[in-house]
Write a protein that binds this ligand. Structure first.
Ligand code: FAD
Ligand code: SIN
Length: 518
């Protein structure tokens, strides 16, 4: 099938949905999403969204905290713009129907690692679920937005699909839409669009242990890489210090940093505090520092987890303020008012991705990106907690404004051919895909994790080359499937993380190599 739209949106998390609501008055809008509409990282966000809402705090403080966490390589203009825009974007979320907890007529604010003030707006400990619910409801009630589930975007369409040679040096690469595998018909449909937004989220499944849902396979980043667009900062994979240690569970359940903000402290296997050895901000140091400290303590003791002790927090506050975590832990026999919580780090957020300018446009003309798949320059070497939902709504807004301003001047490219699947056979060996995915995750976790070395990175590269060749071979012979496409995307992202990690010859933010210690 061929479809024609003005605004094509791939992904239905906070970035895709908030953009859709903004462009809807200006043309035909279609959101495609590969699973159920609410499935994505947004729904799992716990802590909240950072913004300066009152005079007790200041933009300068939030800017300063973001720059410090980013370890000196944030783009200062981007940081200033994002943080100053934050209050307006929060007000819009509230207008769309998103609820944040309040104390009287003011928002109740939490604090998380790296923040010098209480500035995290939240909805109990399930903020993301509330954000996704509110936005999805607003989108579903909007008469001019079409939302299609189980539609897997395979590739964006550029001059390459018109038979032209496209390289990284090609000036003015243009996006004409996307090829999309329809989960119901199993055919590849052609979506022609004037403007396309990638809002495909993160890539946590590149690693064995992650807080990300199974949808986080780096599809948007891989698509842009294949289309020869610019991808940056891939070495900065952020591991959250405190995922619940429950080995059989995937994704790993998160224990929000807000719990440390409320007074919980990290302890070793003997129940002793250890963060004083690593940073004067103790358990509330930025995430890169805390995750590395936990990793080191685990290696020294040989333990497979450490603890978070929340028992000193007032019992009522603990149960009422963190009801999801309380219930989850009880399910596995841990009463957080009485027991320490077993934790370990898990891959959580990806700071790098599709390079975009301050209007959210990628290096490919008429292709925008927002949310976790994008690299804006806000996070530098390490994202400050709760700046991600914020970045998504700010860049969805900026991208929408820019897209709307040019939509009348763009024509659809009718010369785009349909997807060609001639000569391909059904791949009946699922094991080739599932096993290769596990191998890739093991390689990345063992060699390109929290602590790296030149040798580990080279070993990862060598192993990945083989996996890459085998998978490309399988892809070229097989009828397209979502599983195989996701595997290809994971491999592309893993390759980019490793390559860009090898290229960074300094320890900076989340990139830490034992060969670069001064
Ligand atoms: P997502 O919400 O992940 O949505 C991506 C969408 O793209 C999904 O709908 C997916 O199905 C779709 N998609 C992907 N690939 C394709 C494809 N090929 N074709 C079609 N559709 C596709 N950040 C904060 O700021 N504060 C927090 O408190 C916080 N807590 C977090 C807790 C957890 C457990 C996790 C995992 C993350 C947390 N984060 C938090 C990070 C934040 O939630 C995410 O960065 C953010 O929600 C990403 O939003 P998004 O719209 O970019 O992507
Ligand atoms: C958390 O609640 O600890 C996660 C916050 C974030 O990832 O920004």
């Amino acid at each position: 099938m061929r479809y024609e739209v003005d605004f094509l949106i791939i992904g239905s998390g906070v970035a895709g949905l908030s953009y859709a609501l903004k462009v809807a008055p200006y043309g035909k809008v279609c959101i495609l999403t590969k699973a159920n509409a609410d499935e994505g990282s947004t729904k799992y966000a716990q802590g909240g969204i950072a913004a300066v809402m009152y005079d007790s705090d200041s933009f300068d403080n939030h800017i300063h905290d973001t720059l410090v966490a980013g370890d000196g390589i944030c783009d200062r203009d981007v940081v200033e713009m994002t943080i100053r825009e934050a209050p307006d974007r929060i007000k819009e979320l509230v207008q769309y129907g998103v609820n944040f907890d309040r104390e009287g007529d003011k928002f109740d604010l939490h604090r998380e690692g790296g923040h010098s003030e209480f500035r995290i707006l939240h909805h109990k400990d399930n903020t993301g679920e509330e954000v996704e619910r509110g936005l999805l409801q607003a989108v579903r009630e909007h008469p001019d937005i079409e939302l299609k589930e189980n539609q897997f975007a395979v590739d964006i369409i550029t001059q390459h699909h018109l038979g032209q040679r496209v390289t990284k040096q090609t000036p003015n690469i243009e996006c004409y839409g996307a090829y999309v595998l329809n989960g119901e018909t199993h055919q590849v449909d052609t979506y022609l669009a004037k403007v396309t937004l990638l809002a495909t989220g993160g890539l946590g499944n590149v690693y064995t242990t992650t807080t990300n849902p199974i949808t986080a396979t780096g599809d948007g980043i891989a698509m842009v890489h294949r289309a020869r667009g610019v991808i940056r900062d891939m070495e900065f994979a952020q591991f959250h210090p405190t995922s619940l240690y429950n080995p059989r569970e995937r994704p790993a359940f998160l224990i929000t940093e807000a719990m440390r903000g409320a007074g919980a402290v990290l302890k070793d296997t003997h129940g002793k505090e250890f963060m004083q050895k690593y940073d004067e901000r103790l358990s509330l140091a930025p995430r890169d520092i805390v995750a590395r400290a936990i990793d080191k303590e685990m290696k020294i003791s040989g333990a497979d987890h450490l603890y978070l002790d929340a028992r000193q927090i007032d019992k009522k506050h603990l149960i009422n303020g963190f009801p999801t975590i309380y219930a989850k832990c009880l399910e596995i026999g841990i009463n957080i008012t009485k027991d320490m919580i077993p934790i370990r780090p898990a891959m959580h957020y990806h700071c790098g991705g599709i390079a975009v300018d301050m209007k959210g446009e990628s290096s490919i003309h008429n292709l925008f990106a927002a949310g976790e798949c994008s690299r804006t320059g806000l996070h530098g070497g390490n994202r400050l907690a709760s700046n991600s939902l914020l970045e998504a709504v700010v860049y969805a807004h900026n991208a929408a404004q820019e897209a709307v301003s040019r939509i009348k001047d763009i024509d659809l490219c009718h010369a785009v051919p349909d997807w060609n699947s001639n000569g391909m056979v059904l791949n009946e060996e699922m094991v080739l895909i599932t096993q290769t995915k596990k191998e890739l995750q093991e390689i990345m976790s063992n060699y390109v994790g929290i602590v790296r070395s030149d040798l580990r990175l080279q070993r990862a590269m060598d192993r990945m080359n083989l996996i890459f060749r085998e998978t490309e071979d399988l892809y070229n012979r097989s009828i397209l499937s979502e599983e195989l496409s996701e595997l290809r995307n994971l491999i592309a992202c893993a390759y980019l993380i490793t390559k860009q990690a090898k290229a960074r010859r300094e320890n900076r933010g989340l990139h830490f190599s034992i060969d670069l210690i001064n």
